[in-house]
Design a binder for this molecule. Structure first.
Ligand SMILES: [Zn+2]
Length: 497
């Protein structure tokens, strides 16, 4: 598979392990012509880079957790470089080149997909449980609410870089995601699933698919921002925009034969390809409208909870065109947790304490949303119907006192002492406390206004009401409108529910 011309220096070689493939990134001085092939007995991958010099020390490449045993390189034909990867087992290579970006120059990427049973050990982290396993998790017959946590970027994609040139978004996103996972794991009725569990890249299209495979009830993509000035700050929450959703639905119907898309919101596990185009589009529009409405509502609860620990850039969810949010059947949000270009926020975002507080707030928002709108058949729906909040587990952190914990969880001191057989008010760092549910879980009310719409040419108030599926009178009321006259550029508040 020869590619384009020009001579190149090989400046670095990096290896990232994903659950089912290994990514090898070769940093180049310019575009190169190259070829990739495999050899058996023993298993090797050979990468020939024409007209190039090896400047990297390949013996020192970090190969931990990867099926690459060693890397060697040699000069070939006096002007080409041959790179040989000694492998633990057979792989199927797939390669492509990437143009320079802010962070890196030209790159050659070789993805080595595992073949057969000889795949290497995965990173020692918690694997998402399969749907079959999950049914035994809850002691009652009520199912758990599955929360898919997607740490943005990863592996060769560092995401935004901090003000100091060192802090990387992929690390911050993974740390906060893990904190969300840990927090949710202790809450009966919830089951967190990590979409990315380590420092590797997962393709954008694959992220919502993994959420769907795990039958997620909500998808949260965790990111951090960066901007050209250090002043920008605050949390932003995004849901998919309605306009993008409409274009996306048309595309999905056109490709429905090859798509694994499900219509979860309206028809359970029905696949799109079982329907005629017209009907498929209608069902998809309905499902997507449901998904966006739920996303915006969940986003409001999450922002409301985050507001007590962080600054908010916008206090209502924003709607945008983001790949990972395009599920028609799973409410999906992207949370920009702050600006790494802002030294104050960057320091907070890299502190374990702040990551935990942020994660706790995200989880609180998720719980408030699901307590308000529990999916049928879940333990949370049962708890709500029976007027019970869930018992929760809490691990005592540095600086906690019993009264602080009671206050934070909205329970009184006597209840908290009784639930944990405590005589006094002394708690130890690292001690696990049961936070009694008892009465209904306190629900923090979400702000009633959840999105904004800027009027473009040709739009009418009734058209906008229809698009967002709110009544004309609610829309007038939310915007203090006496008549239905609107002007181009005017910003309307769209009430959610
Ligand atoms: Zn990002």
């Amino acid at each position: 598979m020869p590619a384009t011309v020009l001579a190149g220096d090989i400046r670095d070689l990096r290896v990232w392990r994903s659950p089912d493939y290994t990514r090898v990134v070769i940093d180049l001085g310019s575009r190169v012509e190259y070829s990739v092939f495999v050899l058996d007995n023993p298993h090797r991958v050979v990468i020939d880079v024409n007209d190039s010099r090896m400047l990297a020390d390949v013996a020192r490449v970090d190969l931990v957790d990867s099926p690459v045993r060693s890397v060697r390189s040699a000069v070939r034909n006096q002007r080409d470089t041959r790179i040989v990867l000694d492998m633990d087992g057979p792989v199927n290579p797939s390669s492509f080149t990437l143009p320079p970006n802010d962070e890196f120059g030209d790159r050659l990427v070789v993805d080595l997909y595992d073949l057969g049973a000889e795949s290497p050990a995965r990173p020692a982290e918690i694997a998402p449980s399969s749907p079959a396993e999950r049914q035994t998790v809850s002691s009652s017959s009520q199912r758990n609410i599955v929360v898919a946590i997607d740490a943005g970027h990863g592996g060769d994609d560092p995401g935004a870089i901090g003000f100091d040139g060192r802090i990387r978004e992929k690390d911050v996103a993974l740390a906060i995601s893990r904190a969300v996972f840990e927090r949710l794991r202790g809450i009966p009725g919830y089951e967190p699933v990590m979409i990315r569990q380590g420092d590797y890249y997962v393709r954008l299209q694959q992220r919502p698919q993994l959420a769907r495979q795990n039958r997620a009830d909500i998808f949260l993509s965790i990111h951090a921002d960066s901007f050209s000035t250090s002043r920008a700050e605050g949390v932003t929450v995004y849901a998919l925009s309605q306009t993008i959703a409409e274009d996306e639905n048309i595309r999905r119907v056109a490709e429905k034969e090859n798509s694994a898309d499900l219509l979860g919101g309206v028809s359970g596990d029905t696949s799109l390809k079982n329907f005629e185009d017209d009907l498929a589009l209608t069902l998809l529009d309905l499902s997507m409208a449901w998904s966006i409405e739920q996303s915006v509502a969940a986003g409001s609860y999450i922002l409301n909870a985050i507001g007590s620990v962080a600054r908010l850039r916008r206090d209502v969810p924003q709607q945008g065109n983001l790949w990972v949010l395009r599920s028609p059947d799973i409410p999906s949000l992207l949370i920009e947790t702050g600006y790494l270009s802002n030294p104050r926020e960057a320091r907070l975002l890299t502190s374990a304490d702040y990551q935990r507080r942020l994660a706790d707030a995200i989880v609180q928002g998720v719980m408030n949303y699901f307590y308000e709108r529990p999916p049928e058949g879940t333990l949370v729906a049962w708890q709500k119907a029976n007027n019970q909040g869930p018992d929760r587990q809490y691990v005592v952190q540095r600086g906690d006192s019993l009264s602080l914990i009671a206050q934070r969880h909205n329970v009184n001191m006597a209840q908290l002492r009784a639930a944990n057989n405590l005589r006094g008010d002394i708690v130890q760092l690292g001690q696990t406390l049961t936070i009694p549910g008892g009465g209904p879980m306190p629900v923090v009310s979400a702000p009633p206004t959840v999105s904004e719409h800027t009027i473009s040419r040709g739009e009418t108030l009734s058209g906008i009401a229809e698009r967002y599926r709110v009544s004309l009178s609610r829309l007038r009321e939310a915007n203090d409108l006496r008549s239905d006259t609107i002007r181009i550029g005017q910003v309307l508040q769209i009430p959610a529910f």
